[in-house]
Design a protein around this ligand. Structure first.
Ligand code: ADP
Ligand code: ZN
Length: 219
């Protein structure tokens, strides 16, 4: 099963992607994580092109598509892929269909995280990411290290108010087209409306699994 996660920064795509991947034995493919990994290596050929991330701007479709295609080829034997942070433009959605098509696969499910702006800001400004396992926590949980792997908890460079506002702007500008693309596609489109800042990741995960089973997509 191939799943696309749509939603603004802070909507919980990454966390839910990890939980779904664990539950159903799928592989999570996060373009943001792939890019942050590349940014650790100044000698990487894409290092300069990815500097736009620090300003909250989108990376060009050409680069994103090439990175995803490369990753997908390596994942050709996976039971399914969870696309987290991709596609973010209609051109990327079209490219993804072409890539999957050529492998005899398709996008079966789209999860659209519709989260109020207050909740998003609260989460992003308090977000702490484990530098080792990439799990996401919130400062209010009070951890001094990753409770799962004892890795170091870090603040993402683009999680500051100025850059967050730019990322929201990019998302709002581009996402409408991507939503419309999938609403017209032959896949299950599931919309999750989150307006409670205290809802736990486990609750959202349960809710998603309920929605998937209602539609007969999982047992
Ligand atoms: P978030 O959803 O919290 O903004 P991500 O980790 O998904 O975080 O992405 C971080 C940054 O990486 C984005 O702000 C953007 O600059 C870049 N990026 C990630 N995925 C894409 C994509 N599909 N297209 C263009 N840029 C992307
Ligand atoms: Zn960890």
């Amino acid at each position: 099963m191939n799943i696309v996660l749509l939603g603004p920064p802070g909507s919980g795509k990454g966390t839910q992607g990890q939980l779904l991947a664990q539950t159903f034995g799928l592989v999570q493919l996060s373009t943001g994580d792939l890019f942050r990994q590349i940014l650790q290596d100044p000698s990487h050929p894409l290092y300069d092109s990815l500097q736009v991330i620090k300003e909250g701007k989108l990376v060009s479709d050409e680069i994103v598509n090439a990175v995803v295609e490369d990753a997908l080829i390596k994942l050709k034997d996976a039971k399914g892929v969870i696309f987290d942070g991709f596609p973010r433009t209609v051109a990327q959605a079209e490219a993804l269909d072409r890539m999957l098509n050529s492998m005899g696969k398709k996008v079966e499910v789209v999860l659209d995280f519709d989260v109020t702006k207050d909740v998003l800001l609260h989460r992003l400004l308090g977000r702490r990411v484990c530098s080792s396992c990439k799990r996401v926590f919130h400062i209010k949980q009070g951890y001094t290290e990753c409770p799962e792997c004892q890795g170091q908890l870090t603040i993402r460079e683009d999680d500051n108010e100025e850059v967050i506002i730019k990322r929201f702007g990019e998302y709002n500008q581009k996402s409408a087209g991507v939503k419309e693309y999938y609403l017209n596609a032959d896949c299950a489109y599931i919309r999750l409306f989150v307006n409670d800042p205290d809802i736990s990741a486990e609750e959202v995960n349960k809710w998603i699994i309920q929605e998937l089973s209602k539609r007969g997509l999982v047992q």
